[in-house]
Design a protein around this ligand. Sequence first.
Ligand SMILES: [Zn+2]
Length: 421
Amino acid sequence: MKRGFLKSAKAQKTFYPAEDEEPVPDLFKQLVKGTKLSYGKVKEAGRPEGYQTKGVEMKETAAECVDHPEGTKLFTTIPIQYPDSTYEDQPVGWSECFISADIKRMIYETPGFGRSPPSPNRLNYRIESTPNMGLGMFAAHPLKMGDLILSERPLLVVPRSMTMSIGAPVGFTPEQYRQALMFEWEKYLEMAVNRMFPENRKAYYALANNHSEDGSGRILGILRTNGYDVGGDFYDKKLGKHDGAYSATCDKMSRLNHSCRPNVSHSFDIASFSFQLRPVRDIQAGEQLFYSYCKCDQPAAARQKALEPYGVRCTCESCLGDATESDELRTHITPRFMAIQTAYVHWLQRPPQQRDDSVLKPALALLSAFERDGLHSNRYYSLLLDTIREVYSDLGDKESATKYARLLRACSIACTGSITR
Ligand SMILES: [Zn+2]
């Protein structure tokens, strides 16, 4: 790489690796997307001896350009950073991105792109030390489900995984390949971080790193500890939702600790290029805000396993003590919801005068079970709210139907950023 190039006056323009016309030699092994990286204490962490990588030459183009060669990956700043731009020009911040040409085009063609992120009318959170989880984010006031806690533009947006060509001697172990991959990935991440405003770079390096012993470089370690899936439509369509996913690292939202009973959710608004963080239930002033780092619809033991790469041992109420009841619910969410949905369809086929509370009772009981186990952000929670609303409406109970319609609206905004009904 031409490292000096990055220090040139034009460094903040979009730039990208030149198209590679040479075939990949047999010696080179393509490390495919989805390769699981090492975590924990790795014996021989660090750059392994004896492998080669292909040199990468960077090309430069105007920041506004959205017409790049197919398959290109780009370093670019969002919003566009001009030579006279200052850090203060963007109160919600700047994002350094390493993204595909397709994603860049999709961002720029999103209706309303460039608009300001929504802003709450007061500061709704505090970031403070916790006794056992490092820093955490707390509610500064009572918050209602669906309220906007904060909008935040990520510091860094990069693919969740990378494909790289690495030439290695015969006998290279899978671990050595992983170490080489992590070493090379760090170089790309460094290029993005070096383009940041000093304030953003400082904020990035101040984030927690739970990957200091597995061979991850410092930037990759912070990314692996704090990165969120951007989600929604923000993925490379040719690679699919999983392989084409992107990871975003934020400053403030990185302070959210994990719980399997999350009380907040976020959504990403491409037009304002920002996350919105919202409560998934009513929250009292002073409560710590929690996000789930893992899938919640699995048993406690599987969740603890999934949390290992984050260096987290969850002590939420659903993990501590006897998890039998919680595990039973979490592993049967879909069939339990579907049973109610099927009963509702049959119930609707009855004449109106014969419609009783035989669907309502189990639906409300399941809703309570979701709430007791902190599953407000599960998609079946909102689907259940919708069913209950419809049942009340069919029964002619307008007041209750309105109550659940309001809850559904708030839940939908909290989890997806938009109203689905
Ligand atoms: Zn837990």
